[in-house]
Design a protein around this ligand. Sequence first.
Ligand SMILES: *Cc1c(COP(=O)(O)O)cnc(C)c1O
Length: 394
Amino acid sequence: MAFQVDKRGFYGPYGGAYIPEMLHQNIDYLQRNYLEIINSEDFIKEMDALLKDYIGRPTPLYFAKRLSQKYGYKIYLKREDLCHTGAHKVNNTIGQILLAKRLGKTRIIAETGAGQHGVATATVCALMDMKCIVYMGEVDIERQAPNVKRMRMLGAEVRPATSGSKTLKDATNEAMRDWISHPDDTHYIIGSVVGPHPFPDMVARFQSIISKEIRWQLQEKEGRENPDYVIACVGGGSNAAGAFYHFLDEKDVHLVAVEAAGHGVNSGMSAATTILGKPGVLHGSKTLFMQTLDGQVVEPHSISAGLDYPGIGPIHAWLFESGRAQFMSATDQEALDSVMELSRLEGIIPALESAHALAKLKELNAPSDSIVIVNLSGRGDKDLDTYIREFKNL
Ligand SMILES: *Cc1c(COP(=O)(O)O)cnc(C)c1O
């Protein structure tokens, strides 16, 4: 079975490009040229230099000794939290800004929910001297004030989306509308493995540096390239896609994707897409997302803003349906418990998103001494307000 995208932009039945007529030319051009551009010698050279000196790669593969003692596995943390800006998202925005430059674009748009992707986009726009406009729901602008300030410090314009629920999906609609009216000078930087083909594949390739590094780092430390397990959290699915990428065809590597169960899968307050979602077209591709009987998007809930997304990328819909990856979910409370656990056992305060992946260590039921990699997608600084509110004894 194939788990990579096919020539038409599909993963099994999922993916494709369901877009308005006005975007055909842009998307079509991207589809025909993205591989040649991002595989060119000069692109790879510039990308590698920035990954090294700007983002700080390779990120360490850290053997978590005390966590390992507790669970009885050899647990390694892939330290994406140590990337510049504090999470994996910048691996993708760096790649896309270099692409935009080669497409001759001068203006970048993005949409953001929690503001993390907005900050990663504003960062690379400052770096490359590009005009940057970030669409954000009015409600999210209020909820995520520090990230709005960060984006403005970096020179980006934050435009409020004032329609509908005034959250991420409305910001996405605004960004699409903008792109339709500025198809010539503008590139839309999508922040996860979602959107019309070729975005899911392109983002997965930019994030695949994660599993590429894991392979040689594990070879150095354990004398083998393949771990027994790779665990990652899934919002749209980009850090998981990057952590799984070079293991997709390695049948002996068990892939575990962890979604946000919020207050509980059946509470009506969750983001557990594979359990609650149905197939449909979201954000330009066919995938699984949480919807009403007549196909309207259901507002998700998670304590972690980065997992608060109603769908998953088409690659994950296929990894789920084909059985290649195991999907689990963690509640808000489980994630919080894991935040404290990692802080106390390893001296690392993780992002709430990453803590969802950590929370499933207790349910792996793997043979002892299995090598387990947890992708630590981000650091906890951005979540400090939540931690202060939730951990009453601090
Ligand atoms: C945005 C974010 C996520 C979720 O996005 P994916 O595309 O699923 O990776 C996970 N962790 C952190 C730290 C994030 O900022």
